[in-house]
Design a protein around this ligand. Structure first.
Ligand code: NAI
Length: 301
């Protein structure tokens, strides 16, 4: 089979001045995509700004023979989202691929977390993905083609001490994908999510140095690039990737029990049947909430 290529495709990668975003941008460009390398150029906690990070990656792409332009807008503002897409339109005339990757950390136990730590993390991760996607989606719709990738985290999927703000924002992105996949389907706009593990400046504070060195961001990028390709037909998948491990994470619902609600259900009924209510054998995912509601309503008989 032929190699997966991105010739003629235009990609935006947010937060591509380092870490995972840089690796995604380099891989896409090496396969023919024209890339907007967005990065605010600040510190890992969202403070500061500068053009050097994005410029450096653009330089790397160009010196390898690829095409790229920098953009220094913050994804965390509406104007930033518009500006990033405008850069793509001005330079390349369209947007086919959007990887919402930009991110920051403001880790603190919930007791110590300040309002600004919550607002800033929500603004960059969750609202940031909305800002850029809102600007890119109409262009994709117009062209009946789009590949969007959100970046979630095991912290959101499973929890991680000291990251209530980050975990909530990251899980919010999964909810965003779950619905955007439905709204994009008829326009050939596919939306998937990556839950990466990689040694980057973001994880340098929480991983031992040798592990940071071993878990190269490049190991994550092939599955992200695949999700951005014409060959990808999936939408609504959470892919897990890192260190050569690739998998899928999914929200499922157990088979549950059906009690006669019309005859009255007591607290004791719940207590006595709790093990059956929590049982996951036979659990299944749903493609959208209507499917789950239909199953629930069927219990009324
Ligand atoms: P990183 O810190 O190297 O990359 C994040 C990039 O986003 C930085 O270059 C930063 O300058 C940029 N950025 C920050 N705020 C921005 C803004 N407002 N607008 C534009 N760019 C901005 O960290 P890493 O690890 O590469 O993270 C990439 C994504 O992957 C993040 O969304 C992160 O939450 C996620 N992630 C990373 C994991 C890992 O193991 N490294 C695990 C799970 C999720």
């Amino acid at each position: 089979m032929a190699d997966v290529r991105f010739d003629g495709r235009v990609a935006i990668v947010t937060g591509a001045g380092g870490g995972l975003g840089r690796a995604h941008a380099l891989l896409l460009a090496s396969r023919g995509a024209k890339v907007v390398v967005n990065d605010l150029g600040g510190a890992f906690d969202g403070t500061g700004a500068g053009s050097a990070m994005a410029d450096k990656v653009v330089e790397e792409i160009r010196s390898a023979g690829g095409e790229a332009v920098p953009n220094y807008d913050g994804v965390d503002t509406w104007a930033g989202g518009q500006g990033i897409v405008k850069t793509a339109m001005d330079a390349f005339g369209k947007v086919d691929i959007l990887i919402n990757n930009a991110g920051i950390l403001r880790d603190k136990s919930f007791m110590k977390m300040e309002e600004e730590d919550i607002d800033k993390v929500f603004a960059v991760h969750l609202k940031g993905a909305f800002n850029v996607t809102k600007a890119a989606f109409p262009v994709m719709r117009e062209n009946s083609y789009g590949r969007i990738v959100m970046t979630t985290s095991a912290s959101g999927l499973y929890g991680n001490f000291g990251q209530t703000n980050y975990a909530a924002a990251k899980m919010g992105l999964v909810g965003f994908m779950n619905t955007l996949k439905l709204e994009g389907a008829r326009y050939n706009i596919l939306v998937n999510t990556i839950a990466p593990i990689a040694g980057t400046r973001m994880t340098a504070g929480v991983m031992p140095p040798d592990l940071v060195e071993k878990l190269k961001p490049d190991y994550v990028s092939p599955i992200v690039a695949y999700a951005c390709s014409e060959e990808c037909t999936d939408s609504g998948i959470v892919f897990v990737a890192g260190a050569g491990y690739f998998s899928r994470a999914v929200m499922v619902e157990g088979p549950g029990i059906s009690l006669k609600a019309t005859e009255g259900v007591t607290i004791e009924d719940i207590r006595d049947r709790l093990a059956d209510i929590k049982k996951l054998e036979g659990a299944q995912p749903f493609n959208q909430s209507n499917e789950e509601i239909a199953r629930l309503v069927a219990a009324l008989g």
